[in-house]
Ligand binder design. Sequence first.
Ligand SMILES: Nc1ncnc2c1ncn2[C@@H]1O[C@H](COP(=O)(O)OP(=O)(O)O)[C@@H](O)[C@H]1O
Ligand SMILES: [Mg+2]
Length: 317
Amino acid sequence: MVNHPHLQLAAVTRYCAERGIALDVREDGWLLILGDAPRRHFIFGYDFGLNSAVAHRLACDKAATASLLAASGIPAIPHAFVLAPALTGAREPDWPSILELLESHPKGLVVKPNEGTSGRAVTRATTAAELKGSLTRIFATGASAAIAPLLQIADEVRVILLDDVPLIVYRKQRPVVSGDGGHSLRELALATVPVQQHAQLLRRLAGEFDASTLDAILPRGAQRLLSWRHNLEFGAQPVLLTAGALREACTALARAAARVIGIRYTSIDVVLVDGHWQVLEINSGVKMEVLGRHAPELVETACFAALDKVFAHHPSG
Ligand SMILES: Nc1ncnc2c1ncn2[C@@H]1O[C@H](COP(=O)(O)OP(=O)(O)O)[C@@H](O)[C@H]1O
Ligand SMILES: [Mg+2]
């Protein structure tokens, strides 16, 4: 399961074993208790307990983050907040004001759960019907939504920061296939992953393309992105940036963004739009399970660095 923090748990287990710190694993690995009472430290899901409660809440709120960054002069993709009707008590969302967003952005919108992650329920909407459909699906779970203008993202980079220091920086390269004039898009896509991942990939493709597009032979030389989203969970590959101007530029922007909301341990996504880097989102949890399949040692590096911050002021064992 992509969502479960297996690699993180393995790293925390090694850290504790090496330093003689007691570790109690609860809730199938979702709740970790490090050290003995009264000096216990908790890790809950992907939350290492380094961020303040309010920094965590701001990072989890895409619309609040975007508006705070903009107010602080940090380039960020705007996200309008739409409260779920279940929370306002209204029978329906305020469709007229929501549809106005589409009039202001005729190229389209991207609709997301305001507190979502991993690209789940993130959809493009270019018509009123699509916009209403996307929001209705999000509101069915009671969640609120964030709506951004649909942009041409040329590149997306993730910066994992700990107290201003970049621990890991990588580009997210979306999966792409090239036509050979003999195979369908579906066949070309399936050839990119091992057989065990075919069922999962077919489900993803069904969400991206209609059946006739998947069945059609892709002409020789034609390129198709298999996912419009940059999430590793949707097949993007991490390409590590270990040095260079791109890494520096993205890190400087991520650092400035982290300072605005006062977050210590974070993964920040920055995107290149029309030649300018902007912040797409700040994540409070640092999820590295998919990254770890490509570079397991990095998960350990980041987890150990985060735990060193905890135990430097909190000796145990
Ligand atoms: N405004 C936008 N325009 C174009 N693509 C977008 C936009 N917002 C998000 N995306 C795409 O969707 C992906 C997921 O969006 P994101 O805001 O990061 O949500 P999540 O927290 O679920 O990852 C991004 O990696 C990007 O590829
Ligand atoms: Mg994201």
